[in-house]
Design a protein around this ligand. Structure first.
Ligand SMILES: Nc1ncnc2c1ncn2[C@@H]1O[C@H](COP(=O)(O)OP(=O)(O)OP(=O)(O)O)[C@@H](O)[C@H]1O
Ligand SMILES: [Mg+2]
Length: 374
């Protein structure tokens, strides 16, 4: 009888279970993050005795484990007690005041229609739902930078903080950002109550990255399928790239897949080197699912001709995509958003009597951008 095609594919298998290397996987242990975990435990533990949680501001560079550590702490808290529940919101996905409030309502068990209802009505629903809730919600706003345009972050935080202040409801806020100065940029009304518990995530050292990788690889790969040398090179590469653990983990995942496809019995450094080339920058990776057509079109124009003055870029945009595609004001907003996503850089240039203008430059590689946005 011929072999089952899956049995054949499983033979000489590299992976025990590759899910241990997925970006959304939350491991049982997070080496080198004990201090940060302790700080969060300290901030949330009053909830266990019927008290109020403290708000937390988590900051640090990309790939330092902020998201995974917050998710881990909330998972532990929920497993230990039913007095608190975490809601994780990524502000790339929920990037308006209404979207955030809606999600919190849904989380509290009052689904609200996505459209056709005023934000203030959503807020009233939220207040009612909070009064009835039999647990304390801990709301995580990851990538809060994405709400900084038009003061949205301050408005949302004010909404949530005044619930605590005036309604005497209990609720905790956890903000996550790459930018240490983010809270200082918020409205003074919300700033002070978010500054008490800053939790810093420092970059991992090469040795730390190696240990983290070893631990994750132990679960993901079959015994002897990956050499210490591969782990060392992956850790070294990530260390050179700002201590980004995501890069380290993704590179061994991809190397493992390449090795599997080649029918190799082991992951080799050559597989890893191929994997390095296929990994996109973090900025593109984060933004890719949340770009609209106009934003993609602006990037495409810049791929054709980089470093244009914004006025010229707008003229080119109109010529190619129609006069009505975007107003100048909306176009400017799109550029600001692309800048906040770290996909373009804008530089002010002095320009005679017409005052200051800006040149727009790609902040990521052209090929990488085109590969990602298609
Ligand atoms: N101490 C650790 N132990 C095991 N895995 C870790 C550790 N720190 C980070 N990771 C893993 O590294 C990857 C990146 O971590 P995470 O997404 O939490 O970074 P981040 O700080 O949120 O980055 P960004 O600012 O880009 O969102 C994830 O796959 C995560 O599971
Ligand atoms: Mg994160």
């Amino acid at each position: 009888m011929p072999k089952n095609i899956f049995a054949e594919a499983a033979e000489g298998e590299i992976f025990r279970d590759e899910k241990f290397l997925y970006p959304e996987f939350v491991p049982e242990r997070l080496p080198y993050r004990d201090a940060q975990i302790d700080e969060m435990v300290h901030a949330f533990q009053p909830v266990l005795k019927g008290g109020k949680p403290q708000n937390v501001f988590v900051f640090g560079a990309s790939g330092t484990g902020k998201t995974v550590t917050v998710k881990y702490v909330l998972r532990e808290l929920e497993a230990f007690s039913n007095r608190a529940k975490g809601l994780y919101l990524n502000c790339f996905e929920y990037n308006t005041r209404q979207a955030v409030l809606n999600q919190i309502c849904v989380f509290l068990g009052v689904p609200v229609p996505r459209r056709g209802i005023a934000t203030d009505e959503v807020y009233s629903e939220l207040l009612l739902a909070l009064k009835k809730a039999d647990f304390v919600p801990l709301i995580v706003l990851d990538e809060l930078d994405q709400l900084m345009a038009s003061n949205t972050a301050s408005l949302v935080l004010y909404d949530l903080l005044r619930v605590v202040e005036f309604q005497k409801s209990r609720l905790g806020i956890i903000i996550i950002s790459n930018d240490e100065s983010l809270v200082a940029k918020l409205d003074p009304r919300v700033r002070s109550s978010l500054l008490h518990n800053p939790v810093e995530f420092a970059q991992y050292t090469p040795v730390q990255l190696k240990e983290i990788l070893k631990e994750r690889a132990k679960y993901a790969f079959n015994e002897n399928a990956i050499d210490a040398e591969v782990i060392n090179v992956a850790a070294g590469h990530a260390a050179k790239n700002k201590g980004d653990a995501r890069l380290a983990i993704e590179s061994i995942l991809r190397a493992g897949r390449i090795a599997s496809r080649e029918g190799s019995s082991k992951v080799q450094v050559s597989h890893l080197r191929t994997a390095f080339d296929s990994i996109h920058s973090r900025a593109l990776d984060k933004a890719k699912d949340f770009l609209d057509l106009n934003e993609k079109n602006i990037l495409k124009l810049l791929c054709e001709e980089d470093g244009l003055v914004s006025g010229k870029l707008f003229a080119k945009f109109k010529k190619q995509f129609g006069e009505k595609a975007l107003t100048q004001r909306s176009f400017r907003k799109k550029l600001n958003r692309l800048e906040s996503l770290k996909l373009v850089k804008m530089e002010a240039v002095e320009k005679g009597i017409r005052g200051r203008t800006r040149t727009v430059k790609l902040a990521q590689g052209k090929k990488e951008i085109l590969d990602t946005i298609g």
